[in-house]
Design a binder for this molecule. Structure first.
Ligand SMILES: [Zn+2]
Length: 270
């Protein structure tokens, strides 16, 4: 069974919880961390989808070329990692257009998959699906079927579906991050804090359970999550927990993941 592993390609200071820090003075660590990810994926002989932030591509075009040369899909994570529900429709259109142009000027093939910063397509921003369609995207992975303080749409489908259910003029393929249903509740496990927090036996059990029912698992990771020396900034307790929990063990967990399951890029899923 083929699954999808995505990398949200951004630096540690692009995460929305790190919003208060001065990005101009922050140390860039994304290139080294991404090279480590690439070597892990090469070793495991898997290919992934890299949702690249436009401002990172602009700064490090050779990194993006290297990812493409390794056979991975280059996709868009927008330009500046601004939450969609904090933008107007026009600002959103300009952000995704700019990022797409930068990426396509580097790789010279169309960029067709998109993921919103911090899964920020919620009920009030379903209009983004129509704009993404108009701007030439075919795949989206921005609607988290679990609602929390930052993101998510409760009751959203858990498996690959058409965005037409939320927007008449949009017919992209939607790839929701995988969840497991326990006692009628969708429990996230497939990336970010959830992947770092949960033991590997639980995560791998969830993937096997989905695969047994014929569903691909959609997983995700950020380069800074495998960086044991990621700069620690002062954050309120909840945000510190979400941002840093499990980073020490994350790299070895990722190696176990990619050597235990088969992964293909999003644009290669049937
Ligand atoms: Zn992101």
């Amino acid at each position: 069974m083929k699954n999808v592993l995505c990398v949200d390609l951004e630096d540690w200071y692009n995460a929305n919880l790190a919003n208060g820090i001065d990005k101009a003075c922050a140390e860039d660590r994304v290139v080294e961390n991404t090279k480590i990810l690439l070597s892990i994926f090469r070793e495991a002989q898997i290919h992934c989808t890299f949702f690249v932030l436009g401002c990172i591509a602009e700064k490090y075009p050779e990194l993006i070329l290297r990812i493409k040369q390794d056979g991975h899909e280059i996709a868009s994570h927008g330009y500046a990692h601004q939450l969609i529900y904090d933008q107007t429709k026009e600002e959103f259109r300009q952000d995704i257009r700019k990022a797409k142009q930068i990426l396509e000027s580097i790789i010279h093939i169309p960029v067709e998959s998109y993921r919103a910063p911090s899964w920020s397509i919620r009920e009030e921003t379903f209009w983004a699906l129509e704009i993404l369609q108009e701007e030439g995207f075919k795949n989206d992975s921005s609607i988290f079927p679990f609602r929390n303080f930052l993101y998510g749409v409760s009751g959203a489908p858990r498996f690959i579906y058409s965005t037409q259910i939320y927007s008449q003029k949009s017919f992209m393929k939607e790839f929701p991050p995988s969840t497991v249903r326990i006692c009628g509740i969708n429990i996230p496990f497939s990336g970010g804090f959830y992947f770092r927090f949960l033991p590997f036996w639980f995560v791998s059990g969830c993937i096997r359970a989905l695969n047994r029912k014929g569903h691909a698992c959609i997983m995700y990771i950020h380069p800074w999550e495998i960086d044991m020396d990621t700069p620690r900034i002062s954050l309120p307790f909840r945000d510190r927990f979400i941002q840093y929990w499990g980073i020490r063990r994350c790299r070895s967990k990722l190696v176990k993941l990619v050597t235990s399951f088969a992964f293909v890029p999003m644009n290669e899923m049937e």
